[in-house]
Design a protein around this ligand. Structure first.
Ligand SMILES: Nc1ncnc2c1ncn2[C@@H]1O[C@H](COP(=O)(O)OP(=O)(O)OP(=O)(O)O)[C@@H](O)[C@H]1O
Ligand SMILES: [Mg+2]
Length: 251
């Protein structure tokens, strides 16, 4: 196994009495594709929030690429190479695809952006934006206003936004949620084609999609790791079957 890029040691995220992440220790080797699965409310998104810095862990330690990031704010973690997408779309609908990319790359809000007008991208920004749009298969739509995009294209744009800062680790929170089968295949193809220099951690409810993309699977349940296994074994794992089939998913 290659050197880990991400290591969580006994990470806990508590919301009052609820331990949404309840003592998670996990290691992701550099370059790996990892799926995080588990029923609704298992703590998957909260785990991403703890890694990306949106919610500080109540206890435990998070190491990323040789740095102790446990207490760092999100922008510092982003500078170190962590990028994420959100379960719910998070775009500026009245701006073009290209302008959304510029904002993400410069870390600006739309308000600041309109203050500065629309300066041209420079020789560093332009190729980065083009590469990220290309990787997310949405380069042809660069000049289209976001609200004109299909929902599938909006999810592709989110992947492009997460790539534009040239991350070393990408956290994808249900990138195919709500998509049609053909749009799902497109997202799968995008993820499959990502540079192997990028470590990818993927939350996904669609088992067929997730298991076809990853090297290793972590199944969470009630804030804890229930099972870690290669994709071939995960479907047959009785504990996994029990949490998916034995209890109804909440709405
Ligand atoms: N900011 C918050 N404040 C209070 N409780 C929260 C907060 N965020 C999440 N929770 C709770 O923590 C638990 C884990 O939620 P989380 O969103 O991490 O689950 P998930 O595995 O991503 O579920 P889903 O598959 O539905 O997206 C849930 O019980 C949720 O209600
Ligand atoms: Mg979630």
């Amino acid at each position: 196994m290659s050197e880990p890029i991400l290591t969580l040691t006994d990470a806990v995220v508590a919301f009052d009495a609820l331990r949404a992440v309840d003592g998670v220790s996990l290691t992701v080797p550099r370059g790996q594709r990892r799926a995080i699965i588990g029923p609704n409310g298992a703590g998957k998104t909260t785990l991403f929030n703890a890694i990306a810095g949106m919610v500080p862990p109540s206890s435990g330690r998070i190491m990323f690429d040789g740095h102790d990031i446990t207490k760092l704010p999100p922008h510092r973690r982003a500078q170190l190479g962590i990028s994420r997408t959100f379960q719910i779309t998070n775009l500026f609908p009245t701006l073009s695809v290209q302008d959304n990319m510029v904002l993400a790359l410069r870390g600006l809000s739309p308000r600041k952006f309109s203050l500065f007008g629309r300066p041209d991208t420079d020789s560093v920004e332009a190729p980065r934006i083009a590469a990220a749009l290309g990787a997310a298969r949405i380069a042809k739509r660069a000049d289209v206003t976001v609200k004109e995009l299909s929902y599938g294209e909006q999810r592709q744009l989110e992947i492009a936004l997460s790539l534009v800062t040239t991350p070393t680790m990408l956290l994808l929170d249900e990138p195919a949620a709500g998509l049609s089968p053909s749009e799902r295949s497109m997202v799968a193809e995008i993820i499959r084609s990502l540079d192997r220099d990028i470590t990818v951690v993927l939350i996904e409810h669609d088992m067929d999609l997730a298991l076809g993309l990853v090297d290793f699977v972590t199944c969470m349940f009630e804030g804890r790791i229930l099972v870690e296994e290669a994709p071939e074994g995960i479907r047959r794992n009785h504990k996994v079957q029990e949490v998916y089939l034995g209890k109804p998913r909440h709405a």
